[in-house]
Design a protein around this ligand. Sequence first.
Ligand code: C2E
Ligand code: CA
Ligand code: CA
Length: 765
Amino acid sequence: MRPPQETWSTQHLVEFLAGLSSVGHAGEAAQHAVERALEMLDAEAGAVVVASEVVASIGFPPDSVASAELVALADGGPGELVLPGLGPAYLLVAPLEDAPTGRMLVARIAREPFTGADADLLRGMARVLALTLRTQHVVDEERRLRAWSETQVVENERLVRRLQERQGLLERLSRIERLISSRAERQEIFDAIVNGLVELTGDEMVGLRLLEEGDGMLRRIAASIGVSRDLLAVAVDTGGGVGARAVAENRLVIEENYQSAATGTIAAFATHGLQAAMAAPVHQKGEVKGSLMISTCRAGRRYSDEDREILLAFAEHASLALTDAKTVDDAVHQAFHDSLTGLPNRLLFLDRLEQALARGARSGLTTAVLFLDLDGFKRVNDSLGHAAGDELLVAVARRLHSCIRPGDTAARFGGDEFAMLLEGTKSPADAEEVAQRIVAALRTPFALRSRRVFVHASIGIAVSSSGDEDLLRNADLAMYQAKSRGKGHYRRFRQEMHTAVVARLELEVDLQRALERGELHLQYQPIVELRTGTIVGLEALARWRHPRRGLVPPSEFIPLAEETRLILPLGQWVLRESCRQVAGWNERFGEMSLSVNVSGAQLQQPELLADVADALQAASLDARRLVLEITETVLMQDTEATVGRLERLKKLGLRLAVDDFGTGYSSLQYLRRFPIDILKIAKSFVDGLGGAEAAESVLPRAIVDLGESFQLRVVAEGIEEAIQVERLLELGCGFGQGFHFGRPMDAADVEQVLGGGGLLQRPAA
Ligand code: C2E
Ligand code: CA
Ligand code: CA
């Protein structure tokens, strides 16, 4: 019975679909669909036609309705007609979507025609059927695939073979990696690479070639197998082989047709029987450095994907080896070179010196060592900063390098010390000539931070012909001698210099005993008010009367004491002794200040504060009477810590003076930062004041003005003439010191002077 049309809904279609999907394959589904359609549309016959083929058919008598007729019916569309063997009938047709030629049709024999709802229903069923057929197709496809995969067993065997090949590749590569990481000889690594390639690719010629430094040609044959010299010559000459192209284009290059190419570079290879070749670039730290090439004379060679993969893998490993070697080279370079200037360091210098001496012993030629120390470098470093100091060292290194021959060595030993090794010099005069060149080269000022900076070099020269002398130590000694002559000098080593060194050593030992033996004493030089000549203070100056040498000047033993740290007990003694004496004089002759020189080494000592306090206390001297003199260069060093120490000292109540002011590269900045009370104008500025040159007074004037604006007392040092006093008064300088007023005196003489019987007039009051 035909159900009422309004009850037809998608739900029925879903049921229809469910029914269809339960059936096995496409043909069955169509058959089932027709059955259901006849039932639902109250029809007697139906069919499904796809691509001119009857897929399913029910109710059409097979002997009277041929397939071709059914196809024609389906194509003809709906209508009224007479079916052979069935009589008059109504026909309904719906397309199968997705299959443009597919149709589903039903026929109702001679009763009432199909309604629109019937047509809708059939269309719906046709759509569902199409859907089913499509799904069915996928399932069928899967089945087909399953069947196909069984044939894959054969294919799998090929796969296993490939895996084995791969295993071979991986084994070889990991061996190369082990060689690289164990830092094997480079040659061993390269050989392993070319051997591996021959084994894995079967090509009989393999070459790893590297670019020649400079000309950019692949001249360096790092490793090769089977490549004839002739062929290599062709490759280098033409520069157009796959190897060169791999470098130029930085990619894998393949050439499989050497024989058919008639012209150009390829033809040149062809005459050597080459058939095919492939090359890959190799890199060092990412930069193309050469190429790895395989090639064959076997005809018909074609490079497969695997071949390419193998070559690329080996090229990758060659790159790894090159990069690693470069890293090692760099590290070695670092160990033997100064990182700032790039010059060889002491280690490399000593090594080269040893070799040069050995060669010299054979050739009879002399070897010379120049030892060089910069004068004034520390000053630049302290005043302009370390970065500027570094820049200066680099610039100096460059100039030094330009003064020597290519075979010679200029090295930096650290700090501002350099050494030069001159090999095969014919006479000591050769070495002196180089020293002259260096002195001259450094005479031109350096441009640093928009300033012109001057540095000089003190150079010691030692020349050898016998080969077993301690050249470096001798040059060092000669350098010290050169330095003692002033800036920018060179000296050649002489045996007597050794004697001088020994003498210095003796002096060192003697100085140690001098304190215990009471060989030191103090002299005092008056500091006066320039306007009145009144003595306002005394500067304590240490003296050493050596039992054999007589009086040793402080310029000799103070630096020695600083180097040997003897300055600490010495300075402590000076403080105690001078405080004691001046406290006594102050009681007898009226209040005066005491100036005591404090060296840099003392200032760095935390004990200085306690030493000063003790000395003041032991002598019952008012701290306000004490002035500590510190040289400008000392103040410039280690400024942060220095400021702290000076501030703690000042808390005791004493005053601070900058000694030798104007000789360093001091900046106004530091005057502001340090708790300073007094500036002492260095003697060198005062010296010029007597003459006619007005320019000479520019600096003293500037210092006086500076003192005024910072409210500092200014004391001029080394005044020897009355005219200088006049000039200083004109400039507004209040105080002075010098032979003009009084030389440093022994305590007894000071008492005489202060007692009124001496050189200086005490004020009437
Ligand atoms: P300084 O502190 O600049 O001392 C002044 C130097 O100039 C003294 O030399 C003094 O004798 C000399 N002098 C003074 N007036 C004149 C003059 O009119 N003409 C000339 N030509 N020279 C004059 P001295 O005593 O030889 O001392 C040299 C340096 O040794 C001192 O220079 C000071 O830096 C250091 N010194 C001396 N005694 C001590 C000490 O007890 N401790 C420390 N740390 N250093 C000391
Ligand atoms: Ca002084
Ligand atoms: Ca001074």
